[in-house]
Design a protein around this ligand. Structure first.
Ligand SMILES: N[C@@H](CCC(=O)N[C@@H](CS)C(=O)NCC(=O)O)C(=O)O
Length: 260
């Protein structure tokens, strides 16, 4: 294996980095390094100042982060002729716009759920952002029947929908509805989603338990290997576990299952 993918292998969440790696035939080159960002010992700040997943480290210690960068890199080293980022032209701008819509949707859901950390969640923040999500879902519905390709825009859409669904299940702050099913009123998107999750690149991971090494010590040992590759020296000592940047108060933290 020549690359390390630092990510949170949450079983009911579709990671676009994983799907792209599978689609372009490079998954076998990837070592998975689980990261649970808010737990002790999983900080990846030593290799990514923003300590965000996904983060991809190459064999020579080069670190790529931002899911868009990670997936475009993986696409560029395709070994099977499949490309999920179309070449420059109309199809590319269409795919990238759908990717942006999906990733901004993800970011908006993140903005909303951060209100859960407050004793008094900001209702105006939720009220401001909720219509954006609803309009984006309506556009995704239209695109479900328009777009035939399984490109990066649609892969990002899978990720956004599963993230949203997870967070709805955990519970969104008011005035978001207590029960919300994005499938209602979106029959084409629902049908497309059900077909897309049958693809091997998705089905091999989605709703499958992660059964590899995932301790903080494993994560830090892998970070030490990346740093070692960067300095071309022996990997630094990884015995001291770093503290996370932020630990949510117990009352506001539903635990690992809700990490995002
Ligand atoms: N826009 C970024 C979003 C990445 C992101 O928000 N990652 C979350 C988990 S999915 C994270 O690392 N959170 C930990 C933190 O912010 O400390 C991307 O697409 O890569």
């Amino acid at each position: 294996m020549t690359m390390k993918l630092f990510y949170s292998p949450t079983h009911n969440f579709i990671h676009k980095s994983v799907v792209v790696a599978e689609e372009v035939g490079v998954w076998g080159q990837i070592e998975e390094v689980p990261v649970y960002p808010r737990e002790l010992g999983y900080s990846i700040a030593a290799i990514n100042p923003l300590a965000k997943v996904p983060t991809l480290a190459l064999e020579d210690g080069t670190v790529l982060f931002g899911s868009q960068t990670v997936t475009e890199y993986l696409d560029s080293i395709s070994v099977n002729g499949v490309r999920v980022y179309p070449a420059p032209g109309v199809e590319r701008w269409d795919a990238l716009t759908r990717l942006s819509r999906a990733d901004l949707f993800f970011d908006i859901v993140t903005r909303i759920i951060h209100e859960r950390l407050l004793d008094h969640p900001g209702e105006h923040i939720v009220a401001w952002h909720w219509p954006k999500l609803m309009r984006a879902l309506d556009e995704m519905e239209r695109d479900a029947s328009r777009v035939a390709a399984f490109d990066i825009g649609q892969i990002g859409t899978l990720q956004a929908l599963t993230f949203f669904e997870r967070q709805v299940e955990i519970g969104l702050p008011s005035p978001a509805p207590t029960h919300f099913n994005w499938r209602e009123g979106h029959p084409d998107l629902t049908g497309w989603f059900e077909r897309a999750i049958q693809r091997r690149s998705v089905a091999d991971h989605f709703k499958k338990p992660f059964d590899g090494a995932d301790s903080p010590e494993f994560c830090q040992a892998k970070i030490a290997e990346v740093l070692g590759a960067q300095s071309n020296e022996q990997a630094p000592d990884s015995s001291a576990l770093p503290t996370p940047d932020f630990v949510a108060p117990a009352s506001a933290s539903p635990g690992r299952a809700s990490q995002h």
